[in-house]
Design a protein around this ligand. Structure first.
Ligand code: F6P
Length: 326
């Protein structure tokens, strides 16, 4: 079938996520295989406004699946939220013959894509964020690698906490959601997790399991705090005051966004990039590529943005049942 677009762009926007490069590679190479030209737009919507674009060939994306970050850079663009910025971006698309854009990022990226589509540019969103906080999809590119990075760091911290009989309070990213924190907490056998989705009483949810653990002879503890819920410093202060245990704080920060993408991120990113180009090639627009764990599908951006993703309650209950204070 003849593709409905002759030239498309690809951009990454918002926080970078491991696996974005695999998605870019899939977009460039799938386009090429369909006879569609592909242009890399640098620094997300900022580059679209500034006209920072470069044609990309299959060779340009060779060997990038193993690299974290994004080879076309990423940014957050306040100018793109203004009518002037949007118009300039749409004009640049027209001058450069770009008929559609694959926008790789989180919900802010999709909102931007939706706004741009009103100016006649076809758009498809590919979910990529370490937070896994996009409701329309069970998985976002970067989540698995970020979980593994955090787990590796906490495992190392646990060695020293065990040796010194301390409590480790570790703050992980996740924006306003606790998905990353909960997965890390289960994986490392944490004593407790503090997530924004739960209205938590720190004495009941954090201090009590530590006290129970101590009565059973436990001498070291790990508390995982989602950045959207509280700060590790605040939680540590409560633990120190209430238990007297030597308590240390680690904020993992941006280290969670870097590193070699794990297999899951490379594979899902490649599949999502491929799906996104197929949508543009068939004349589709204003869609988000989604994954339900076994199948890829897509839905309108406005519908995707209206959905709310709750915490996995059974995973949360599981942690309460098997936490290390039991
Ligand atoms: O959305 C990804 C994320 O890493 C969040 O977990 C975090 O809250 C935010 O981005 C940090 O963004 P910045 O790059 O501006 O520090």
């Amino acid at each position: 079938m003849e593709p409905k677009v002759r030239r498309i762009g690809v951009l990454t926007s918002g926080g970078d996520a491991p696996g974005m490069n695999a998605a870019i590679r899939a977009v460039v190479r799938t386009s090429h295989s369909m006879g569609i030209e592909c242009v890399g737009i640098k620094r997300g919507y900022h580059g679209l406004i500034a006209g920072e674009m470069t044609p990309m060939t299959p060779n340009d994306v060779s060997g990038i699946t193993s690299q974290g970050g994004t080879i076309i850079y990423t940014a957050r663009s306040p100018e793109f939220t203004t009518p002037e910025g949007l118009k300039r971006a749409a004009d640049n698309c027209r001058y450069s013959g770009i008929q559609g854009i694959v926008c790789i990022g989180g919900d802010g990226t999709f909102r931007g894509a939706q706004d741009l589509s009103k100016y006649g540019v076809a758009v498809v969103g590919v979910p990529a964020t370490i937070d896994n906080d996009i409701a329309c999809t069970s998985y976002t590119i970067g989540y698995d690698t970020a979980c593994n990075t955090a787990i590796d760091a906490v495992d190392k911290l646990n060695d020293t906490m065990r040796s010194h009989e301390r409590c480790s309070v570790v703050e992980v990213m996740g924006h306003r959601a606790g998905h990353l924190a909960l997965a890390v907490a289960i994986s490392v056998g944490a004593t407790a997790v503090v997530v924004p989705e739960k209205d938590i009483d720190l004495i009941e949810s954090v201090v009590r399991p530590i006290r129970e653990g101590r009565l059973r002879g436990r001498t070291n503890y790990t508390i995982i705090v989602a950045e959207g819920a509280s700060s590790a410093d605040k939680v540590a202060e409560v633990v120190r005051t209430e238990t007297g245990i030597d308590t240390r704080v680690t904020v993992l920060g941006h280290v969670q966004r870097g590193g070699r993408p794990q297999s899951r991120d490379r594979v899902v990113a490649s599949q999502m990039g491929y799906e996104a180009v197929k949508i543009l090639a068939s004349g589709g627009t204003n869609r988000v590529v989604c994954y339900d764990g076994s199948t890829f599908f897509n839905m309108p951006i406005d519908e995707a943005l209206s959905m709310k993703k709750g915490l996995d309650e059974e995973m949360y209950n599981l942690l309460q049942s098997i936490h290390s204070g039991v």
